[in-house]
Design a protein around this ligand. Structure first.
Ligand code: SF4
Length: 298
């Protein structure tokens, strides 16, 4: 199943958002309940291309935005999707701020029947860092409170905390891990994923502010290995295996569809890790090339 844009407005202005400003300017009508139900039904009946991203993947659904929790008919839509996709894992991508409201979180916990994951992005270990990336003063406080509410009040919902690595967040990565270990010490309660940012939408427009090579990102991961080991569930998204240390390779997941990845023949052609590796994100390869890759001998 595909990435489904639930709602196109957001209350954050993240510097590395993969959406363009034009997306949020579209009339919200195209995302209202009736329209979303129509799209899902067309998709389920196989009536032509309905969703743009990951439309070939049938195992799970990602509800994206904008910020999905701001949808004016959020709970009705959530209930409809759950009813029409029984047993399908659903992941809701959120900035977490709406979950700072306990009442909202309790209502959500009742509606989001498993298998259900909420993935919340945390941009740093303090308001100064997080709010500078999210573009909204006060967002850190709400996001952290939202994470706490989800952990405490939605036990049936799997919680994923996403740390997106780019030029503005990378030097705070160890501090962010320490913050999580301090504030969410039960590391079995949630999955933490470190993600190299995607070059798309605002992150492309803001390249000078956020642009970061995979080599620098992978070095931060390798240096933070003792901290990463302290988490029970830790994953790495968007990393070529040859850039991370051997101990980190089992944590790497391929989460990008095949059409958006490349394996430069001069590097990956004879590499022993080719079959298990994400290779490079196509947009990354266009921006930075493949010179950092270090194929592993068979
Ligand atoms: S050389 Fe290519 S296939 Fe081998 S680990 Fe690096 S990116 Fe993956």
């Amino acid at each position: 199943m595909p990435d489904i844009p639930f709602w196109n407005k957001c209350n954050n202005k993240c510097v590395m958002c993969t959406n363009t400003p034009g997306f949020a300017r579209q009339p919200g009508e195209a995302y209202r309940l009736k329209s979303q139900i129509g799209k899902l039904e067309r998709y389920l009946k196989g009536l032509g291309p309905v969703y743009l991203k990951n439309s070939g993947s049938a195992e799970f659904v990602s509800l994206t935005g904008g910020e999905p929790t701001l949808h004016p008919e959020f709970f009705q839509l959530l209930a409809y999707f759950r009813r029409r996709l029984p047993g399908t894992p659903i992941t809701l991508l959120s900035n977490g701020r709406r979950f700072s409201d306990e009442k909202f979180t309790r209502k959500f916990a009742a509606a989001a029947r498993p298998p259900f994951t909420v993935a919340v992005a945390l941009h740093g270990p303090a308001a100064r860092v997080h709010d500078a990336v999210a573009g909204v003063p006060g967002s850190f406080t709400e996001t952290v409170k939202g994470l706490g509410n989800l952990a405490a009040l939605a036990p049936g919902v799997r919680l994923e905390i996403r740390l997106v690595l780019h030029k503005k967040s990378i030097k705070h990565f160890p501090g962010t891990l320490k913050f999580l270990l301090r504030n969410f010490p039960d590391t079995s309660r949630c999955l933490v994923a470190a993600i190299h940012y995607e070059i798309e939408g605002m992150s492309l427009e803001n390249h000078a502010a956020v642009g970061l090579r995979l080599g620098a990102s992978a070095k931060a991961l390798n240096d933070a290995l003792p901290l990463i080991r302290r988490f029970e569930n830790f994953r790495l998204y968007h990393f070529p295996l040859c850039l991370v240390g051997k101990e980190l390779r089992p944590l790497c997941w391929i989460t990008i569809p095949e059409e958006d990845r490349v394996y430069p023949p001069g590097k990956c052609g004879g590499c022993a890790l080719r079959d298990k590796c994400l290779g490079l994100m196509a947009e990354y390869s266009k921006m930075f090339g493949d010179e950092e890759l270090r194929p592993v001998k068979r």
